[in-house]
Design a protein around this ligand. Structure first.
Ligand SMILES: NC(=O)c1ccc[n+]([C@@H]2O[C@H](COP(=O)([O-])OP(=O)(O)OC[C@H]3O[C@@H](n4cnc5c(N)ncnc54)[C@H](OP(=O)(O)O)[C@@H]3O)[C@@H](O)[C@H]2O)c1
Length: 318
């Protein structure tokens, strides 16, 4: 069997990056990470903290135990970055939303290294070329789209991962701003509850990302992760949770105008989270036809992946 491509993950200690690392190791790809020798930034999103309780040191130790090659350094150090990139075939970036623009430095380093077969920029959300997101989320989508155009202009081989709603950001608390577990009495629903969103665990995003990295058909394509059992409206999701706890929740539907006012009034992270929910659950940014010339539907290309369904995801909270 041919040796698998070597994969470098940038942002490996982040909430998404660690899952790409584990999926890469599991698939048998020699896996490299570029990590800073710092305690690690603390997220101020309570949901993220709840889902990732381990320290950066514990996480790095688990990488070492799994055979991951740790390269110490900062991605702002051009030489370190070029040297790291020269060791691999594929670069997967999962830097957080504050660092989207900084990927220009990765593009420069990839050009200089000259050996990269595929670059996955930090996307991992909606399709940044098809959305109606509002601020403060919109700005991030626009920055990601600018990075796409730069990659294409430079002729760097790419894959874009459009995975929509992480379960950790949407379903962990059924999009309630005041809790980090699904509510048991009352649920506030943004919009009228009948718009389809696409939900996926961060671990499954990691798996599909590595499937795409090992698949030549994903070259210069966007991979859309809209899994049939997880492509659901709020009104379809809530009964799955209600059935598990044997209780009917009180439901409060909030119309779009009120959600928009709430976004204006609130500060980070609530304004950002509400803008994410608005895009997916009101504007339906996960609902569109794919274009076979530039898009791949993950569930059709990788039907062998056994993903976690929304129904299964809720089991841990019962
Ligand atoms: N679809 C969704 O629901 C959803 C939800 C959240 C995020 N996302 C997207 O997923 C992507 C990843 O976001 P995330 O929230 O997982 O990111 P994150 O948790 O903020 O992770 C950021 C990573 O970047 C690393 N980093 C920061 N500065 C660095 C530097 N100078 N050199 C090297 N590494 C550096 C951090 O390392 P340290 O440990 O050293 O700080 C950390 O590993 C983003 O594109 C984001 O928009 C999507």
């Amino acid at each position: 069997m041919a040796a698998k491509d070597r994969i470098l993950v940038l942002g490996a200690t982040g909430s998404m990056g660690r899952h790409v690392v584990w999926a890469s190791v599991k698939a048998g790809n020699p896996t490299y990470v570029l990590v800073r020798n710092t305690p690690g930034a603390k997220s101020n999103v309570r949901l993220v903290k709840a889902a990732n309780p381990e320290t950066k040191e514990e996480l790095l130790q688990s990488f070492i135990n799994s055979g991951v090659n740790i390269i110490e350094g900062d991605m702002n150090d051009h030489e370190t970055l070029v040297n790291a990139i020269k060791q691999v075939h594929t670069v997967i970036c999962t830097l957080g939303k504050q660092l989207i623009g900084d990927q220009v430095k990765i593009i420069e380093a990839i050009k200089e290294a000259g050996n990269v077969k595929r670059f996955f920029p930090s996307e991992f959300g909606l399709d940044v070329d098809r959305h109606e997101a509002v601020e403060p989320f919109r700005e991030i989508c626009e920055e990601k789209a600018k990075i796409r155009r730069m990659i294409e202009a430079e002729g760097i081989p790419y894959t874009y991962i459009c995975c929509f709603a992480f379960t950790g950001y949407y379903l962990r608390n059924l999009w309630q701003l005041d809790t980090v577990v699904p509510p048991r009495n009352k649920v506030v629903i943004v919009g009228n509850g009948n718009v389809k969103g696409a939900f996926v665990t961060e671990a499954d995003v990691g798996t599909f990302t590595i499937e795409a990295a090992n698949d030549p058909r994903a070259l210069n394509k966007a991979v859309h992760i809209r899994l049939p059992a997880n492509y659901l409206t709020s009104d379809e999701i809530i009964p799955l949770w209600e059935k598990k706890i044997g209780k009917t929740l009180e439901k409060i539907y909030v119309p779009e105008e009120q959600v928009l006012k709430e976004i204006q009034k609130s500060s980070f992270p609530n304004n950002y989270l509400l803008a994410l929910y608005h895009s997916q659950l009101i504007k339906g940014d996960a609902v569109y036809e794919i274009d076979p010339a530039k898009d791949i539907e993950a569930s059709e290309f990788y039907p062998h992946v056994k993903y976690t369904t929304v129904d299964e995801y809720f089991n841990q909270f019962v």
